[in-house]
Design a protein around this ligand. Structure first.
Ligand code: GRF
Length: 207
């Protein structure tokens, strides 16, 4: 009999359709993958992401921001839920709320986000539209650690680029970027789970 060490326990925060969550769930479903999603939390009761979690047999939890006095109290509730499930990494996957330092401090070096641009270009909302409006010829996706900065500022783990084509709309460019997002996120989680990432200041390297 072979004894196998426990896989990295991953918690996911998602507000919407959850296609990046699905990429992580699909990866988790493979026995050789070193991480598993154990809980998905949403701030929106009807988020498709919660349905995807349930369909995969993963705990799905709605935490209502309206039940809390302020942002920090809500964030601390998220920390408590993840901690109770012994989560070793938290992944934001289309989570539409800005996290306070109460949260980012609790998961310092253990929180990732995915963003549909080549950061530091076009942080924040509607990154694909920003790239089109700017006239960028290359766009892409970034997985980064979450730090205490305003939005999308943490050390970059992985990036992938895609071309911006002359007839692109926000939809066509977003779809091209999304293919890369779904490839990058499970890869970044794998590197973390295998203990292969090192962070020195802003520089993230891996062996
Ligand atoms: C993705 O483009 C992600 O990069 C951004 O929000 C979108 C979420 O999409 N942060 P989904 O919910 O994962 O399908």
């Amino acid at each position: 009999m072979t004894l196998r060490t426990e896989r990295l326990r991953v918690g996911v925060l998602a507000s919407g359709r959850g296609s990046n969550l699905q990429a992580l769930l699909d990866a988790s479903g493979r026995p050789e993958y070193p991480a598993e999603v154990v809980i998905v939390i949403s701030d929106r009761e009807r988020a498709a992401a919660l349905d995807r979690a349930r369909a995969a047999g993963v705990e799905a939890l709605f935490v209502n921001p309206k039940d809390f006095a302020d942002r920090e109290a809500f964030d601390l509730a998220l920390v408590a839920e993840f901690t109770a499930r012994r989560v070793g990494l938290v992944c934001n996957a289309g989570f539409m709320r800005i996290l306070s330092s109460a949260y980012t401090r609790a998961f310092s070096g253990r929180a990732m986000n995915i963003h549909p641009s080549l950061l530091p270009a076009f942080p924040g909302l509607h990154a694909q539209r920003q790239a089109l409006d700017y006239g960028a010829k290359v766009a892409g996706a970034t997985v980064h650690f979450v730090d205490e900065g305003p939005v999308d500022t943490g050390p970059i783990i992985l990036q992938a680029s895609v071309p911006v084509l002359p007839n692109d709309t926000e939809e066509t460019l977003s779809a091209r970027i999304l293919v890369e997002e779904h490839r990058l996120y499970p890869q970044a989680v794998r590197l973390f789970a295998e203990g292969r990432l090192s962070v020195e200041g802003r520089r993230v390297t891996w062996q």
